[in-house]
Design a protein around this ligand. Structure first.
Ligand code: BGC
Length: 357
């Protein structure tokens, strides 16, 4: 009997020792580099935080860096991550075409690269892409305008509209624009929607770095040049940061009264500021892209890459980066407005009531 007890004790001790040893061996933990574009926009802070929490919960060590919207800084941060020996890189690019050199170094070091939200262009050295269906984001914005103004049910307007584009170095900007403009084209062609400035090319409408101030300036200029004697009915904004600048401009031009009602104004991201604008009736809609879902999808990709199993993708056709089609996972965006934001954003735990006060 004594022998058995001693044996059990020894086994228990060994087991404890073994477990303790495993826990202490952090050098085995894989290192994931996460490179985000900027802290200045709410969504990227959430993306970074979600990625870090979810990766750490799976036992990874995370090097999370923000590049202050500077493509040079992003390259430097990526170089540092490669030197540190990261096992996988997750990159939300600033300029999608500026990373060829540094990603060639990553490839040489055998590091797999996942493009996060924004496609990395002009390089063979991007392995996977996870995003929301960007064309669909534009379709949701266009469809909202069609529904809101009753265009399908015969409203003839004519309604005046101006179009804004995202940052010209972000591939997503072109897809948002294409989805919305394809949806609105029949009404533009038939004259129900009139773009008084005539500006629709990305070269004319793009706002560098998605800067609210850039959108505000352009809206000021449009209002002065084309709307001095009439109201604008629709502003197609691809995202919330531009919508913020557009609202500021409309406000200072006197919109928000019975004689000058706010135009139908689209957006994307459901930033807290913009949900408040929707509640106040100053922005009409946004597109909700649950960053928790995107982060979870990317964590699954990281897991599969490091385990050597099949990486989950659901689109192997749409995202050509000028060198190759990058296998992608597209999450689904949904439209949000003042009528459904509570269910989408509060009931799902994305925001609290207090966040939106
Ligand atoms: C993202 C949008 C975001 C924009 C500005 C795009 O690439 O898909 O969600 O609003 O960048 O940061």
């Amino acid at each position: 009997m004594k022998k058995i007890i001693v044996l059990i004790l020894v086994v228990a001790l060994l087991a404890t020792f073994g477990v303790a040893c495993q826990k202490d061996t952090t050098s085995d933990a894989k290192l994931v580099g996460v490179s985000m574009p900027t802290k200045s926009l709410q969504r990227w802070n959430q993306d970074g935080a979600n990625m870090k929490t979810q990766l750490e919960a799976k036992g990874y060590v995370v090097d999370l860096q923000y590049a202050d919207n500077s493509e040079e800084l992003q390259v430097t941060q990526l170089e540092n991550m490669i030197t540190k020996g990261v096992d996988v890189l997750v990159v939300a690019s600033i300029n999608g075409s500026a990373l060829s050199g540094v990603l060639a170094d990553a490839a040489k070091a055998g590091i797999k690269v996942i493009a996060y939200d924004r496609l990395i262009m002009d390089t063979p050295n991007v392995d996977y892409y996870a995003t929301f269906d960007n064309y669909l984001v534009g379709v949701l914005q266009g469809t909202f305008i069609v529904d809101k103004l009753g265009l399908k049910t015969g409203a003839k307007g004519p309604f005046s509209m101006e179009v804004f584009g995202g940052s010209p170095d972000d591939n997503n900007a072109y897809l948002f624009n294409a989805g919305a403009m394809d949806t609105l084209k029949p009404y533009i062609d038939s004259g129900v929607i009139v773009i008084n400035s005539g500006q629709t090319d990305m070269a004319q409408i793009a706002i560098q770095d998605w800067a609210p101030a850039g959108a505000q300036d352009r809206m000021d200029n449009l209002l002065t040049a084309f709307y001095a004697d009439k109201n604008i009915d629709i502003v197609l904004s691809p995202n919330d940061s531009l919508a913020q600048g557009i609202v500021a401009s409309l406000k200072s031009a006197g919109y928000g009264s019975a004689a000058k009602p706010y135009p139908v104004l689209t957006g994307q991201d459901c930033d807290k500021t913009n949900v408040k604008l929707m509640i106040a009736g100053e922005q009409s809609m946004s597109v909700f892209k649950d960053t928790r879902t995107l982060a979870a999808q990317v964590v699954d990709m990281v897991d599969a890459i490091l385990a050597g199993t099949t990486v989950p993708v659901n689109d192997t056709e749409s995202y050509n980066n000028n060198v190759k089609v990058v296998p992608s996972f597209l999450c689904e965006p949904v439209f949000a407005d003042v009528n459904n934001y509570k269910t989408l954003l509060i009931d799902s735990g994305y925001y609290t009531e207090a966040d939106l006060k």
